[in-house]
Design a protein around this ligand. Structure first.
Ligand code: ARG
Length: 461
């Protein structure tokens, strides 16, 4: 078998069943360009250490370039007998430059240090793509907040009407977790930039190759401090999978609200036709499928993370073949987010809000009762008593089927002598929202300041 990287001590080749189980080319071929980059760097290290003559190194790099071109245009593909991307590419290199030269490249490296390095390179590239997409979504949320600076939303706790808030405050509350996801990706990158290349199978190399040179050539920050750890740990992969899962969860929470807001009962938003779907039987339907798919796929992202962690938990040092199972889940998480995020951002950017309806519902459910209590506190009534008085007013209004703002002077006085007609100054939505002007509050000035801070944090991540 051409592509086999081992066999000397075996009497025969692998059984077909083993070959079928062992094969990973159907998913690890995506790493082929990184494998070639690793081989270029490794050839440079071999030349620097005197294992390749200058002209041999030139031919080696040219051969690798030829393979890279054929990988890019799709004319080089793994063969059925190839076990993995590394074996397939060694066979292709030997076919390209001959066995004498091609057979020298494997000196001082193992598939174990190769794969541990390549998966980091792949994730670093995709972290950049995902970060750009997340930033685009933050921009879309900020643009909607800016376009609806004055709009009011019935704020909820326990999904019940609680206190009115600015729609912008609410949208920005969905943007902050995404800003933290960006920051998580930056933190992760500092740990991911380690190159296990040169660690060999587990114990390091005898050949005096320079792992710092390889790391530098690959755009990584430094070689792994410990060859066992470098080849056998995958916490960097698990951490990346966590960040993708967290992004998924954050999208899912916003999705849930969009799905609710888009119902006839809420009627807060209208989805753009380009970002909603119809029904095959009910002609009138316009469904929030993007939000539902984002919500659904967050389960898949969480599954990828927990599957990977379960794979890792029992593994003794050093490399075990179980580690091959790190790739499919994390590749799937990358692909999932790279498809979900652009659609999700388009949906947010084109969302239309019915601000009149939101404002009309905001005072319902006695959502200004806390404002009444706090007005009483400002008039020196102890909060405990103020809470009681405001609660009694709610009860009195509820019995009469009216809102707090409809209580006349007589009713106010009947509930408590503290409730003078002046209390009406806080019985408007605008007054309520404007008065919550503590740091992080929903007052328009605070929300605008907060937006500036949010944008600055997102840009600097
Ligand atoms: N395909 C393996 C992986 O993804 C790398 C090859 C290591 N194989 C081995 N028998 N040591 O982890």
């Amino acid at each position: 078998n051409q592509g086999a990287l081992w066999g000397g001590r075996f009497a025969g080749g692998p059984s077909p069943e083993l070959a079928e189980l062992s094969r990973s080319t159907h998913f690890d071929w995506i790493l082929a360009p990184y494998d070639i980059a690793g081989s270029h760097a490794h050839a440079t290290a071999l030349e620097a250490a005197g294992y390749l003559e200058a002209d041999e190194a030139v031919r080696m790099h040219a051969g690798l370039d030829a393979l890279a071109a054929r990988i890019a245009d799709g004319t080089l593909l793994p063969q059925p007998g190839d076990e993995d991307v590394h074996g397939a590419l060694e066979a292709a290199l030997i076919a390209e430059v001959g066995a004498d030269l091609g057979g020298r490249l494997r000196a001082g490296r193992s598939r174990n240090d190769q794969i541990a390095t390549l998966v980091r390179m792949y994730l670093i590239d995709h972290a950049r793509i995902i970060a750009r997409e997340v930033l685009g979504l933050i921009d879309a949320l900020v643009a909607q907040a800016q376009a609806h600076e004055k709009a009011i939303l019935p704020g909820r706790t326990h999904l019940q009407h609680a206190q009115p808030v600015l729609l912008a405050h609410h949208l920005q509350a969905h943007a902050w977790p995404l800003v933290r996801d960006l920051e998580r990706l930056v933190d992760w990158r500092a740990r991911a930039g380690v190159s296990p290349y040169g660690g060999g199978a587990l114990a390091g190399s005898t050949l005096g190759l320079d792992p710092a040179l390889v790391a530098r050539e690959l755009g990584l920050d430094r070689p792994a401090e410990n060859s066992l750890d470098g080849t056998a740990s995958r916490d960097v992969v698990a951490e990346f999978a966590f960040i993708t899962a967290m992004i998924g969860i954050n999208l899912s929470r916003l999705s849930e609200e969009i799905i609710l807001w888009n119902t006839r009962e809420f009627g807060f938003v209208t989805l753009d036709d380009g970002y909603s779907t119809g029904s095959s039987i009910m002609p009138q339907k316009k469904n929030p499928d993007i939000a539902e798919l984002a919500r659904g796929k967050s389960g898949r992202l969480i599954g990828n993370l927990s599957g990977l962690m379960a794979t890792l938990k029992g593994l003794p040092l050093a490399y075990n073949r179980d580690l091959q199972e790190d790739k499919e889940p994390v590749f799937d998480s990358v692909r999932t987010l790279e498809v979900v995020l652009p659609a999700f951002t388009g949906m947010i950017a084109t969302l239309r809000f019915d601000t009149e309806r939101m404002a009309a519902l905001a005072p319902q459910g006695f959502s200004l009762a806390t404002d009444v209590a706090e007005w009483l506190v400002k008039n020196r009534v102890p909060f405990r008593e103020a809470h009681e008085i405001s609660g009694s007013l709610v009860r009195a209004c509820e019995q009469r089927g009216i809102g707090l703002e409809d209580a006349d002077d007589a009713l106010l006085a009947e509930v408590s002598p503290h409730l003078t007609p002046d209390v009406r100054e806080v019985l408007t939505i605008e007054g309520s929202v404007a008065s919550r002007d503590g740091v992080g509050g929903t007052a328009p000035v605070r929300v605008a300041e907060q937006r500036t801070e949010l944008v600055a944090r997102a840009q600097s991540a």
